[in-house]
Design a protein around this ligand. Structure first.
Ligand SMILES: [Zn+2]
Ligand SMILES: [Zn+2]
Length: 100
């Protein structure tokens, strides 16, 4: 007989919310749009559809691809990967930690 370990949690699940308004990603929308993925300060962040509509400069806080300038970045194993052009670069924060 195979013993199946019962896992209470799904592991390290980060609770993610909108970078700008703090609204939780699992908040059910009414078909209002798509959450924008991006990276800010070396962290994967999300921008809710509301903020994309109501804040014309919502993407100013996002890191941009150094190759094409797009904000559609993903963090993959510590690298910033651009979903627009496919360029990959080490994420910020690789230097010495800030004193602070
Ligand atoms: Zn928002
Ligand atoms: Zn790019």
């Amino acid at each position: 007989m195979i013993r199946v370990a019962s896992v209470g949690s799904q592991g390290h699940v980060e609770r993610t919310s909108c970078l700008l308004c703090g609204r939780a990603t699992f908040d059910p929308g009414r078909g209002e749009g798509v959450w924008a993925h991006g990276v800010a300060g070396g962290r994967q962040v999300l921008i809710c559809p509301d903020c994309q509509r109501t804040r014309p400069r919502w993407d100013e806080q996002l890191d941009r691809c150094r190759t094409c300038g797009a904000t559609r970045l993903s963090l993959v194993l510590g690298d910033l990967v651009c979903r627009a052009c496919g360029a990959a670069a080490p994420a910020e924060g690789g230097g010495p930690p800030e004193q602070g």
